[in-house]
Design a protein around this ligand. Sequence first.
Ligand code: FRU
Length: 721
Amino acid sequence: MPYFSFVKFILWIQLVAILLSMTTCNTRSRQFVIAFSQCTNEDEWRRNMLREMERALVFYPEVTFIFENAHNDLKEQVADIEKLLKKPIDLLIVSPLEASALTAVIEKAYDRGIPVLLVDRKVNTEKFTAYVGGDNQAIGRQAGHYLARLLNKKGHILEISGLLGSSPSLERHAGFIEATRQYPDLLVSKEIYGDWEKEKAKIALEKVINKYQSIDAIYAHNDVMALGAYEVCKKYGLAERVKVVGIDALPGKSGGIQMVLDKKLEATFLYPTGGEEAIRMAMKILRKKPFPKVNFLPTLSIDYDDALVWKNQTDKILNEGKVLALKEHRLAKDQTLFQYFTLLVMALFVVIGLILVLLYQSARKKKQLRLYTDKIARQNEELEKHTNELKDTQQTLEHRNEELEAQQEELSRHMEEIMTLQENMEQKQGQIEKTNEDLEDQKVTLERLYFQLKIKNNAITDSLRYAKGLQQTIFPGEKELSQIFAEHFVVYHPKDIVSGDFYWMYRQKHKVFFVVADCTGHGVPGAFMSIIGYSLLKEIVVLKKIHQPDHILSTLHREVVKTLKQFESDINDGMDAVVLVLEAMKGVDKINLQFSGAKNEMVYINHQEMLTWKGDKQSIGGYSIGGKPTFELKQMTLEDDSGTIYLFTDGFADTPNPKRRCFGSRKLKTMMMESAHLPLTEQQQIFNEALIAHAQGTAHRDDVTLIGLKPSFDLLKDQQV
Ligand code: FRU
């Protein structure tokens, strides 16, 4: 069963139990508060009234009854009612001491909507809900007729009045006068006020008793004042003759019925207290049942003949009343016990219910607690996981932090260094400024020197140009070349004005010597070396008539070493060179070709075939000091003269472009192959353009020499030339 359904079930059971217990205690659920303001409770009649009320209230347990006694005091009764009006009362019963003094406060209660029930006495207003009491005027009339009969309609009657201003006193007098007026021989005197009390009546009567020695009867407004009158009459010896009548007819030893039996009173008139009737009327009003506003209680006269019967009856009633009271007491006790028991059962029921609810709640809470514990355990695990993750992150961060701190330290160090550098720079800037000034001075000096140098440079350039002209004289001219070769071309580009490259040709009859050399260095030193080379070749070939290329090169080497005194110095200058000897063979149109090379090579292309003769790895001069280098001789017979010989220094292949890439010997040879079939003048143009296109204005690294020669049988045979 779900929790709320279970709790509802328990609460429903308890509610049913409470309702059941309430029905056993009390048949009517509505509770009432009835307040009763009594003018006095000092006499037996009033006490009787209260007893009757209490007896009647036994049947209305839902009523809470509040009683106030004003002790015959007008002010006290007004105050009592004011006090009661402040309480949550549902109905007010009042037995007013006097009419006019209590009218206002009763109207106040009535105006507030509280039902007001007057008992016994009235007030001067119609603002009351109901009245219960005897018909005092009727009682007065009965008393008048009774005494008229007793006195045979003739005589003198003294009237002892109740409290002046109280309604029973006024009405009892009015009724009495109304009746006795019918008897002309009856004289009624009224000047004594006993205020409803025996002693006051006695005092008042004694004051005037001498005056009324001849009276025949006394009409007292109640039995206690009548008894006082009897006692005064007895004192003055009038008791045998004066007939005394009173009102109330209370039972009991001190009641009016006993007074009649004791022959102290001639008769008494029944005046019911109205206690029981007042309670029944109050309940009718509270339960909104119909009721008459004025409710007179029955009355009758009781003389000696009736008194005994009345005494028996009233004694019986009194006894029964006592028994009833006892039973009521026991009943009340039993009822109280029953109520306690019911309450106990209810309390037990509630306690059991609460225990059940608590047990259920505790079980439920245990379950919830278990669920919470599981949940918390899960959360703890997650928390631990998070904590570990956080620890890892923290470690990473710490590590990163350390790195950052280290970087920061480094940065600080750098900053310090930068600061120091800045300071140094500032210092240096000062120095630089100073240096700048010095430089400015030097610049002026330099400009002057530059001007002088320029003049000198121009002079040197002029002399170099002249020297170039001189150097050109050692090279075979166009005419000489054309006399020996069918075609030829020369690509010759010195790096400076004068060159370290040179070529030399010498013809002796049908034999031609052709040398292409690349001297160490370039410019002026190269040019000097070329002149040495030229002189030595001339000496070796022309004078000494050494005509075999390998011998020419080895002799040239020795002569260079000798000329430059390289055996006693560390000057390693010399040259790379190829020597070519072309000789027309006797009787046949064939040419014998001999070749030796110091580092440099020769290319021969004929019928789209390329022949490359590499030179030896030995240079002329320099490193071979003291040694006797030999050079390989290579030779072959040219069966026809359609081929082309290419001689060149390394300057062409080593020419750099802006990216510092060399032209390359492979590219050079490819070009040779591709252009070999072309006329040599065209080839010269192709090679020149290719060199310029490759260099793109980049300064040459070395002197460039490339020579193309097409031998000719006829020209070589012609000895006239
Ligand atoms: C009691 C009493 C009765 C009388 C009634 C009149 O206080 O004096 O003897 O009949 O009041 O209100």
